[in-house]
Design a protein. Structure first.
Length: 69
């Protein structure tokens, strides 16, 4: 079932106020390899990035400081 126009607008408004995009540039071939490895492992690039971020933050004393969405 598709989102209604009002629900989509509400989601976009919440995202604009509460979310941000982190990114980095990588060679296209490496990115495709990474995406394929994630798919084979049954995960997503976003899940891998989130886990790495949490591990890094915990190692540097920043764990638990950010509110959950």
């Amino acid at each position: 079932m598709a989102l209604s126009e009002s629900k989509r607008k509400a989601n976009n408004k919440w995202d604009a106020a509460n979310m941000t995009v982190l990114g980095c540039k990588v060679r296209r071939e490496r990115a495709e390899q990474f995406k394929a490895a994630c798919k084979r492992s049954g995960t997503s690039p976003n899940a891998v990035f989130m886990a790495a971020m949490e591990t890094f933050m915990a190692a540097h004393g920043e764990a638990g400081d950010a509110p959950e969405p």
